[in-house]
Design a protein around this ligand. Structure first.
Ligand code: PGA
Length: 237
């Protein structure tokens, strides 16, 4: 079964989420992981869902105002975390912290969804693969002893596809995901799952499902409406 990650980002409130949870009740399979705001993790946990955090601090404890440590998040029952999302790389300088965050997550037995992706300029210049390799190297090189084929998952998210409604063609996506998998195998002897993220929606999911190399999806906007999200995940094999 493919892995489906619902990334709510900084959206929805507890009142709306109560309605959401009632609507999806009994219709969510085990392959779905919810990433709501940490404030609402327990609402999802109480209903028996697998949950993750959208980020973790690069340190385990200490004087870091506003940060959340993996130890604190584990108390809320997270099994997963997203690390290196492009929004965090852009606004919070996260590329600098990815290496430490991956180490902290994995040494605390938290499955890590590592986001990688090129921006539009890089895509147009044809340097996508260089960017992806660099991001992979930064996260993996010093952490190899903690990584196995199950605890690290790659989310390939072209930055220009996030929230824009534009996605790569199936040909480009197939090539890129194959290149990511080949690189992981050849350079690190790893066989990791690779998810696709960036404007996954009800209109494009049928085409995306034709790409056998995709092991799942990281879904933002299209996960916010319970009816649409259910229709979407019902189309994923
Ligand atoms: P989107 O977001 O589905 O709204 O494009 C995906 C993501 O940022 O993970």
């Amino acid at each position: 079964m493919k892995l489906i990650c619902a990334n709510f980002k900084m959206n929805l409130t507890s009142r709306v989420l109560k309605i959401y949870l009632d609507e999806v009740s009994g219709k969510i399979k085990d392959n779905v992981v919810f990433f709501p705001s940490v404030l609402y993790l327990s609402m999802f946990k109480e209903r028996g869902y697998t949950v993750g955090s959208q980020d973790i601090s690069f340190k385990e404890f200490g004087s870091l105002t506003g940060d959340l440590s993996v130890t604190q998040l584990k108390e809320f029952g997270i099994d997963y975390t997203i690390i290196g999302h492009s929004e965090r790389r852009e606004f919070y300088n996260d590329s600098k912290y990815v290496k430490n965050k991956v180490k902290i997550a994995l040494t605390n037995n938290i499955k890590t969804i590592l986001c990688i992706g090129e921006n539009l300029k890089e895509f147009e210049e044809g340097v996508t693969l260089d960017i992806l390799k660099k991001e992979l190297d930064t996260a993996l090189k010093s952490n190899l002893k903690y990584i196995n084929n199950d605890n690290l998952i790659i989310a390939y998210e072209p930055i220009w596809a996030i929230g824009t409604g534009k996605i790569p063609t199936n040909k480009i996506l197939t090539e890129t995901i194959k290149e990511i998998k080949d690189y992981l195998q050849e350079s690190y002897n790893l066989k990791l799952k690779v998810l696709y993220g960036g404007s996954v929606n009800l209109e494009n999911i049928i085409e995306l499902e034709k790409i056998s190399l995709i092991d799942g999806y990281l879904i933002g906007g299209a996960s916010l409406n319970p009816d649409k999200f259910l229709s979407l995940i019902n189309k994923v094999n």
